[in-house]
Write a protein that binds this ligand. Structure first.
Ligand code: SF4
Length: 410
């Protein structure tokens, strides 16, 4: 069993944000406690089933996301304790929102084995927070960052740009405010309007609420400048970290490592051999001889129903190339050489050449003495030159075009 990453989903929030289409339910406070008790009881049972099957033996990273895991309070601490009886993760992240992160929770989580808290800050402008339906304010967010740091945990802050009413000046104030609080990691996302959300419906009536893509691109640029100047290096499309504080769990996703999903809506991705070992834990999902990889999504609380997607060797190779394009490092020559065993070299070279031609990527030699000017896609793919195909500034801003080029190889 080679699975090294575990994701746990906690689909509860105090109130639904206006832009959110994640799986999360909100309850009246009097019903929330019973709903959380029932849900966590099922999580613990499922966790034990994974553990007894040996599926957690090699887990190195754990990520509890949501929803709002911090809403679960002591239940979350107990979950962390139980996970750490089955494995010894080197990185253990819990997502939290400022309004439900009590002064005591980070310390209790740290004692239970958690190493990192990812906070939904989004913006430090109270008007913008209200416009997107968040229920915390800027002071609460800054206090939460300090509480997490005081507990000795790493803290990551999620920020969003393109919010209703946001300006270049307010975005800069948010960045400056967050940098002054000195988190270890910052993620920056452009707001997207998802069909069916309240904000989507509001924007249908008032187009001033629609995110302006040029403004968002400018915000992403400003964020990159401010964050890199402050010592945070951009290692993925949306992610910045102080050296040594990159999110190992997310890197596992972006480098094609297998992961287990636990909880309703949680996704897992297993190599076919690992899936065959664990098939009994996924009722109703059968093995398929031609599948190289299986992606599974738990559909209910009790883990009795799953959606399964089967990827062929070629689809898995294309997916790995596409995911590598998310990383600043880009597509390494080893990954390209592996892909060339599955995807015809001529197709692979053509996708690389197209990315180069569109200005979305560039060859960066593996060694400082390398002569990038002489590198060709065919040479790298054939192993005659060592270089990585790294996204350019345009490829970073226009990632979807780059991702599509490589996913198209599937
Ligand atoms: S806190 Fe996160 S998961 Fe919950 S409603 Fe808001 S955006 Fe969605």
């Amino acid at each position: 069993m080679a699975v090294t990453a575990l994701y746990v989903h906690v689909p509860f929030c105090a109130q639904k944000c206006r832009y959110c289409d994640f799986d999360s339910r909100s309850f009246a406070p009097c019903d929330l406690s019973a709903a959380l008790d029932a849900y966590f009881g099922q999580l613990y049972a499922r966790l034990d089933a994974f553990g007894k099957a040996g599926a957690l033996d090699q887990i190195r990273t754990v990520y509890v996301g949501g929803g709002t895991p911090s809403l679960a309070g002591e239940r979350l601490v107990e979950l962390a304790r139980r996970i750490c009886t089955w494995c010894a993760p080197v990185e253990f992240t819990c997502e939290a929102n400022p309004e439900s992160l009590t002064a005591e929770l980070p310390t209790a989580l740290a004692k239970a084995g958690v190493t990192r808290v990812s906070l939904g800050v989004q913006t430090l402008d109270n008007t913008e927070l209200a416009a997107i339906g968040r229920i915390h304010d800027a002071d609460r967010a800054l206090a939460a960052i300090a509480t997490v740091k005081n507990a000795g945990l790493d803290v990551s802050c999620d920020l969003m740009c393109g919010l209703p009413g946001q300006t270049a000046a307010s975005w800069k104030r948010t960045l400056d405010g967050v940098l002054a609080a000195a988190p270890h990691h910052v993620s920056v996302y452009p707001l997207t309007l998802e069909e069916g959300t309240p904000l989507y419906r509001m924007a249908c009536r008032d187009e001033s609420l629609e995110p302006d893509e040029d403004f968002q691109a400018a915000c992403m640029d400003v964020a990159r400048d401010c964050l890199t100047a402050a010592g945070y290096h951009p290692y993925e499309v949306a992610s910045y970290a102080l050296v040594g504080h990159e999110c190992a769990h997310n890197i596992a996703y972006w480098t094609g490592q297998g992961y287990l999903g636990l909880g309703r809506s949680a996704a897992g991705m297993l190599d076919a051999e690992d899936f065959d070992c664990l098939a009994g834990l996924f009722p109703g999902v059968s093995s398929r001889g031609d599948a190289h990889r299986v992606r599974l999504v738990q559909r209910d609380d009790a883990a009795t129903a799953f959606d399964a997607e089967y990827l062929s060797r070629r689809e898995a190779a294309a997916e790995d190339l596409m995911l590598a394009c998310r990383m600043t490092h880009g597509v390494g020559s080893d990954l390209l050489a592996r892909a060339a065993n599955i995807i015809p070299a001529v197709d692979l070279a053509s996708a690389c050449d197209r990315a180069l031609g569109l200005g979305l990527a560039t060859w960066v030699p593996d060694d400082v003495e390398g002569h990038v000017g002489r590198v060709t896609s065919r040479d790298v793919i054939a192993g005659r030159a060592r270089a990585r195909l790294a996204p350019t500034h345009l490829g970073w801003l226009d990632g979807n075009v780059l991702f599509e080029l490589f996913w198209g190889l599937a």
